[in-house]
Design a protein around this ligand. Sequence first.
Ligand code: SF4
Length: 217
Amino acid sequence: MHAGSTVHGVLQAWSLSRWRREPFATERFKALFNGQWKALQAETRINWEGEEEAERASSWRALEHYFIETPIRADERPEAVEVSVSADLSAHGLPALIGIIDLVRAGGRIVDFKLVAKTPDVEMVVHTTEVQLTAYSILYRDATGRMEAGLELHHLVRTKAPKLIITSLPPATEQKHARLFRQLESYQEGVARRDFVPAPGFACLGCEFFSECRLYR
Ligand code: SF4
């Protein structure tokens, strides 16, 4: 979480610097990375159990690797960086959809950055990010009146030898949009009748309701 937030912050600054057409300088991003790491550490007071240096080093290596291997050309100017968007879904009987998109590349390719410890399995990644990417597609089309050119996941893998895994997906289909609307309807109806069904899984690791959930049995 801590490493992910730090890397995310640096990638945001890197994308913005491209938007402003500033020259690239590794030292600048390294200083930002170190500053952000310390600031977040001060806020959250994590017990690293002796792993902080390894986490910090592998996160920076993954970033450095990304700067070299990124498929985004140096002269490509982003369409949007860390943009906050909302879509009125009242026509579908749903509340507004709100989200923040990491990056929209030139031509309308929506990018989401992820920092991970292991090489991701593509099929699993496509499955687990479907809701997120379909939501971005809805938000992008609502904001621009255009269809996105594609959806990209940029996984920065912080293994000993860092890797970059790019997963490029076509624009979301109408079927995926309809499926997300049905999911949102279902969530909305469940919340209205206070039908909270625990679904233990990986999401529990970062869930802010973990304590309440453990008590509710
Ligand atoms: S801990 Fe959170 S994510 Fe896990 S089942 Fe409970 S509410 Fe769901």
